[in-house]
Ligand binder design. Structure first.
Ligand code: 0L1
Ligand code: MG
Length: 255
């Protein structure tokens, strides 16, 4: 059953096609099953030439948890085809995309174990960079339970990293005010402490969560720490601008 569901989700992710919630058809599934489904579906992508390049944390702010009626952070996996190389998002191959600003860590050492600390994460961080994540739930109406969204790789679709990278000691990473503009109008604002009090704590939480399932973060991996604001709906013709206080601004044009 796990492989059958994982294959279905993989195909819907690859083709950008919506589907019914898996819990409609398999109400007995739990969150632990969902993480297995996520692993197997991403393994299909990896076997089809799309390597794992990072991990993400989702639902790291209370506001985001409330907006989808879920009360815990979740993790997902990032593959190469998800990383945008130019600041353009093509609507083709997406369903109902939303964009959110994040802080990303890039590692130079592996991280693992349930006793990991923030100091361990700082010591393993090559650089920090602002990012925009595009989430795009495969479920109709962007509506799901915790089990559904975990199986759907935490709604991961695309992401782009900023061009300028920063040393871990560059600034107080929990005090970055962020404003999100859509077609010139401010639509969201937030502060990076909304991400589990500090984005580094999101990496700590991720390592603890995946180590329970027998995984680790490898050197070179990109980690998206979680949305600093609510995600904003986008469609063809939209221009998103994210102002990260004290850092470079980012844009994403939707075609
Ligand atoms: O990156 C995220 O925080 C998304 C997690 C999944 C929930 C959603 O699709 O809004
Ligand atoms: Mg996110």
């Amino acid at each position: 059953m796990i492989t059958e569901i994982a294959n279905k989700i993989y195909l819907h992710q690859k083709n950008g096609k919506e589907m019914d919630k898996i819990t409609n058809h398999y109400p007995e599934l739990n969150v632990s099953n969902a993480y297995e489904i996520q692993k197997v579906s991403i393994d299909y992508a990896i076997k089809n030439g799309d390597p794992l390049i990072g991990w993400k944390m989702g639902l790291t702010s209370i506001a985001k948890q409330k907006s989808v009626n879920v009360d815990e952070p979740i993790y997902g996996r990032l593959t190469q085809s998800m990383e945008l190389q130019t600041s353009v998002l093509k609507m083709e191959g997406t369903i109902h995309p939303r964009v959110e600003p994040e802080i990303a860590f890039v590692l130079n050492k592996p991280l693992f174990g349930s006793d990991i600390t923030a100091e361990d994460v700082w010591n393993a961080t090559e650089y920090i960079v602002p990012a925009l994540e595009v989430i795009d739930s495969r479920y109709k109406n962007f509506s799901f339970t915790l089990t559904d969204v975990v199986a759907d790789n935490a709604s991961s679709s695309k992401f782009i990293l900023g061009e300028k990278t920063y040393s871990p000691t560059y600034t107080a990473w929990e005090q970055i005010n962020v404003e999100l503009y859509k077609n010139g109008e401010k639509v969201q604002s937030g502060i990076s402490s909304d991400v589990l009090n500090h984005p580094v704590e999101s990496v700590v939480k991720l390592v603890k969560m995946i180590s329970k399932n027998g995984y680790q973060l490898d050197a070179g991996m990109i980690i998206l720490t979680g949305g600093i604001t609510e995600a904003v709906h986008v469609g063809a013709g939209d221009l998103i601008e994210a102002h990260f206080e004290g850092l470079e601004n980012m844009t994403l044009r939707v075609e």
